[in-house]
Design a binder for this molecule. Structure first.
Ligand code: PEP
Ligand code: MN
Length: 368
């Protein structure tokens, strides 16, 4: 059972105390308090967990300061969009709003391979007016003999350059919990010039201990990439592992699913699930055309498949795009063949804007 407090209720006020006291008297029920800081409003939510079936809703609804009581299913308890819950709360991180309405392009290197390439990428982003990027330092690779990323060695110059070029958020994958501490220490040492969104890759989608670990901190938001060989429901449950530990600042990323039916693409593009995830949960939804399509093939109309896939995500209401670029893809140590070229950045962004405008017009049309 979810108790939504009125927006004017203070965390240390008598109303919340009364609700918690009421909960303490319910046998077999425990209460968890969540402070939700949204883009447009902040609120307190109280989750009653345990034997809540017998708890009369009306009695709770009549307590002072309670706006609404929602009976929630076991599914996606924290991140789900439950009956009567219309607002997609979202979050603000380092001055940027992430919710089901916003759109951010995180363009960058699949893997950091040299200071020169990081700088080339970031200066191109600055010229294009983009303040969000992706930079892989820890790479989960299929073969142990492949490049595994430069790890903490590269963090000092990545963060220094991010500060120099006005980057506000870097999406960076971690594959082990100690790497979160390395990132925090490197950011601190660099004077916190930028923010980091911790990426959980598809290969770790059900690494529950890692999910819990990133859920136990709220300093960094989390970009969760859908498991490539599990159901959507299983991936959404994995996000609940993060949120149920306390961190609800989670963005859900579609990146294609593994099946030979996706050929000739690297994965079967699953961007029609954007509206489905937005309906089932309150998370912002990201699409990753690079890891879905996996190659630079061009359709007869002149557009790269990568552009077409991106457009399919954006026209369906995606809130974030994670896309690989590289100043010299032939020299990239990871995923060079799927990278867009630096001089394609302005055209790519213009294409995204065009499709986004069209999406906004579609929404207006549907509401009219
Ligand atoms: C990546 O984004 O670099 C990556 C490894 O993606 P995924 O986990 O989706 O394969
Ligand atoms: Mn990659």
């Amino acid at each position: 059972m979810l108790i939504l407090m009125r927006p004017d209720i203070e965390p240390d006020g008598p109303e919340l105390a009364a609700v918690l006291a009421h909960a303490r008297n319910l046998p077999g029920v425990s209460a968890q308090v969540h402070h939700v800081v949204g883009a447009t409003r902040s609120l307190i939510e109280v989750y009653l967990i345990g034997r809540t079936n017998a708890v009369p809703r009306e009695a709770v609804e009549q307590l002072p300061g309670v706006e609404r009581v929602v009976r929630i299913s076991e599914k996606y308890r924290v991140l789900g969009r439950h009956q009567g819950q219309v607002e997609a709360v979202g979050f603000v991180y380092n001055g940027l709003t992430f919710d089901q309405e916003s759109l951010h392009v995180f363009a960058g290197l699949c893997a950091v391979d040299s200071r020169e390439h990081v700088e080339g990428m970031m200066s191109a982003l600055q010229r294009a007016g983009v303040t969000t990027t992706r930079m892989g330092a820890y790479k989960p690779r299929t073969s142990p003999y492949d490049f595994q990323g430069f790890g903490r060695e590269c963090l000092p110059y990545v963060f220094e350059l991010a500060g120099k070029y006005g980057i506000r958020v870097v999406a960076m994958e971690i594959v082990h919990e100690t790497q979160l501490d390395e990132i925090r220490a490197a950011l601190e040492a660099a004077g916190r010039p930028t923010g980091v969104m911790l990426q959980i890759g598809t290969r770790n989608a059900q690494n529950f201990e890692l999910l819990k670990y990133v859920g136990q901190q709220a300093e960094f938001p989390v970009l969760f990439k859908r498991g490539m060989g599990i159901t959507l429901e299983e991936s959404l449950n994995a996000c609940e592992y993060i949120a149920s530990e306390g961190n609800r600042n989670v963005v859900f990323c579609l990146r294609g699913v593994k099946t030979h039916l996706g050929d000739p693409h690297r994965n079967l593009v699953d961007f029609t699930h954007v509206p489905a995830v937005k309906r089932l949960t309150r998370m912002p939804v990201c699409v990753d055309p690079s890891h879905s399509v996996g190659k630079r093939e061009r359709a007869p109309d002149g557009l790269l498949d990568l552009y077409h896939a991106t457009a399919q995500g954006v026209i369906a209401g995606a809130n974030m795009i994670l896309v690989d670029f590289h100043p010299a893809p032939e020299k990239a140590l990871c995923d060079g063949p799927q990278a867009l070229l630096m001089d394609e950045l302005p055209g790519f962004l213009a294409d995204v804007r065009l499709v986004r405008e069209c999406y906004e017009k579609r929404v207006a049309l549907a509401r009219a």
